[in-house]
Design a protein around this ligand. Structure first.
Ligand code: SAH
Length: 487
């Protein structure tokens, strides 16, 4: 039973750091059902491949099931377990690459959180439901999927295909995500688990599915099969997934922005009213403020119009809200949307009603997956690029790569960058820490200005700063925007 993972991200041998397995060594890991071996069939700067080979001992496997095991038939000893990728491989993978699956890498922290060009091969994967099912499960996660049926016997083509496929996945994906996709989807495709499904299986699924399972178009099928058709557990798991909120700052911000004007809390205001104290507000009640994400989108649209941009690309477009707004304004003749997350793009396509979009509108739009830290020709040729609430999702050591990609290669006439102003966080009553769990940093106005001015100087741009959202006299606006213009 074999699985290989290759990367071409230079230096490719960094894969060894990410997997916590040295490319120069062959390492063995005992499993209750056999032995897992990790080795590198190739390891140079340009391409590195790690192989996980699993030797299953059917006798050990039968014994490892214990006395309560329901199956004492011969099929326990004579079966496809020794060579077919399956739940055994998933378990071995989870054990051998535990740290990598958790997304931790002390030696190369930024690599662990960066999508990398990966190729995964499984020469014999049991695939109940046919090769097409592998596509339905992996493609929405950003993989290009090749699933070739393996003939039952190459000498007798008339016998037809076996239920195995030779699977190749390639895509630009975080290694931890790739391992979690395999951990969940291998047993789902096999539809047979070698072990007894215990209640903690729900927790394992929720943990491994973080960030991709909840919105997967085949979520119900995945959960049902993962739970071995134990309906009660499948239902419990689906309910847990449905409960998982988005936890986006968009949920945090509007609530706060609407209820508590910056600079004063609702409590302060009530106290002032009670005491009959004068307030500094103008007599007229200010119109109810819009949620911050709406204000941000408006600020970006107004700036783009002011700059006279006709073609605009939204980098890190998320679920496509800005893309939709740009498309609804005919002056933007060409609109691009790019994001690293295939799930975000799937949702964007659905929200934008891409399939039912009139041809003339559809022709103005290009929506695609990509990573901002890799040079990409598709990013060039637009008047303006927008990075709205994106840079803070990138690890600081990778910002230089993003800078090169956007300002060095794509180099549009204008670049709009928005990011939270961390000074403003004290105005959010219930906020502890950063505004979003995925934020790698949040900057003060001075920190943002220093970065932006450095970028501008290095690449021949000028930069001006604009506040977004109501400006607080002490801590500034909730969002800061840098407007870059090429000299
Ligand atoms: N611009 C959108 C989404 C902001 S959330 C908005 O303002 O509503 C940040 C987005 O950046 C996410 O969708 C995330 O997938 C994307 N992202 C993070 N790192 C990225 C990278 N390296 N390349 C491309 N997109 C990235």
């Amino acid at each position: 039973m074999l699985l290989t993972i290759s990367t071409t991200a230079p230096p490719a041998t960094d894969l060894g750091f990410l997997l916590h397995k040295h490319p120069g060594r062959v390492q063995r890991f005992g499993q209750s059902f056999g032995e897992a071996t990790v080795f590198y069939p190739e390891a140079d700067e340009r391409r590195c491949t790690a192989a996980l080979l699993l030797d299953v001992d059917p006798v050990a496997l039968a014994r490892s099931r214990g006395k309560g095991s329901p199956d004492f038939s011969l099929s326990q000893y004579v079966n496809d377990r020794p060579y077919a990728a399956s739940s055994l491989l998933a378990v071995a993978l989870a054990d051998v690459f535990r740290t990598a699956r958790a997304g931790r890498c002390a030696a190369r922290p930024e690599l662990a959180s960066t999508p990398l060009p990966l190729e995964i091969r499984l020469p014999a994967l049991p695939c109940r439901g046919g090769p097409e099912l592998a596509g339905r499960l992996f493609a929405p996660l950003g993989w290009r999927v090749t699933a070739e049926p393996v003939p039952l016997d190459e000498g007798f083509p008339e016998w037809g295909d076996s239920r195995y496929v030779r699977l190749t996945l390639d895509g630009t994906v975080r290694l931890a995500d790739a391992l979690n996709h395999l951990y969940v989807l291998l047993p789902v495709l096999d539809e047979a688990k070698h072990y007894w499904i215990a209640p903690d299986e729900i927790d394992k699924l929720i943990r491994a599915g973080e960030g991709w399972l909840r919105d997967h178009p085949e979520r119900d099928l995945i959960v049902r099969r993962y739970m071995g058709r134990r309906w009660t557990m499948a239902r419990a798991a689906l309910a847990r997934l449905a409960e998982l909120g988005d936890e986006t700052e968009e949920q945090l911000e509007p609530a706060v922005a609407e209820d508590a004007p910056p600079g004063r809390t609702a409590g302060d205001e009530a106290a002032a009213a009670e005491a009959g104290a004068e307030t500094e507000e103008p007599a007229a009640e200010p119109a109810k403020r819009k949620p911050l994400n709406t204000q941000r989108r408006q600020a970006v649209l107004e700036t783009l119009e002011e700059l006279g941009a006709v073609s605009v690309i939204d980098l890190g477009c998320g679920q496509g809200e800005l893309v939709g707004a740009l498309l609804s304004r005919p002056r933007f003749a060409r609109v691009g949307g790019m994001d690293v997350s295939p799930m975000a793009l799937t949702i964007a396509a659905r929200k934008l009603k891409l399939e039912r979009m009139p041809d003339a509108k559809r022709a103005r739009l290009t929506l695609f997956q990509g990573a901002l830290t890799y040079t990409d020709k598709r990013l060039a040729g637009y008047d303006a690029a927008v990075l709205m609430e994106v840079i803070e999702h990138v690890d600081p050591p990778r910002l230089a790569a993003l800078e090169r990609v956007v300002f060095g290669h794509a180099k549009p006439a204008h670049v709009l960058v928005t990011t939270p102003n961390v000074e403003y966080n004290v105005r959010y009553e219930f906020l502890t820490g950063l505004r979003h769990a995925d934020h790698r940093f949040e900057w003060t106005r001075a920190e943002f200005a220093a970065w932006a001015e450095g970028v501008a100087a290095r690449h021949g741009y000028r930069v001006a700063f604009r506040p977004v959202g109501e400006e607080d006299p002490e801590v500034g606006p909730p969002t800061q925007m840098g407007v870059f213009t090429r000299d």
